[in-house]
Design a binder for this molecule. Sequence first.
Ligand code: FPP
Length: 232
Amino acid sequence: MSNIPQHVSIIMDGNGRWAQARGKERIFGHFEGAESVRACLEAAVEDGVKYLSLYAFSEENWARPEAEVNGLMELLMKYMRQELTNMMSNHVRFVVLGHRERLSEKVNALIDEVMAATAANGGTTLVVFLSYSGKWDILQAMKKAARECSPEQFQAMEIKDFDPYLVTAGIPDPDLLIRTSGELRISNYMLWQTAYTEFYFTDTLWPDFRKPEFREALAEYARRDRRYGKVK
Ligand code: FPP
């Protein structure tokens, strides 16, 4: 396939509806959603996508019922434990970004362990956004810049100078953002970083979004004409 995006990001939505349509608890949808994560990562590795990022848990998701929040955290830990060997053999680097102070010590310790183990891998980077929101990211970046810059440097700051303060520092902006389940919004995701991202919305629920659906999104991306506000 030609014109492969360097960075594909996904708002994985529709797990709850997928489960409810089958008369099951919402958490079953999240479990099945983890299988879609495996499938899409495999496709990203095979197709040479350098960055695959996933919106796994937003700052707003903390307001969900405690049982669902705990279930999601358990699922994430299970995924990290189970997939480490696979990530190593596929040269995948694993990174978690977000407001990590809100995560439990147990979750943070496992994240640190998996990030350290995969840090030198040179293949696809899998970025999992956990306890993340776009507005929070911009605010924490602004505070960090204010701490680290002199007042003169702060005033002289240009747009490109702000990027290193965001949690996504060093990661290219997403070329393609996929959102599943028919919702047409960005839900406080990477607000700064998606300024020129191509959006792809599909009615498919996340647990049903597997390799063929991922590749259909890449094919659609390949047909887009990116002009970045310029005339070609
Ligand atoms: C949105 O669906 C999905 C989430 C809030 C959680 C996504 C998490 C996973 C797929 C777990 C596995 C992730 C990794 C990285 C292993 P929803 O619950 O809002 O669905 P609904 O809109 O149908 O209610």
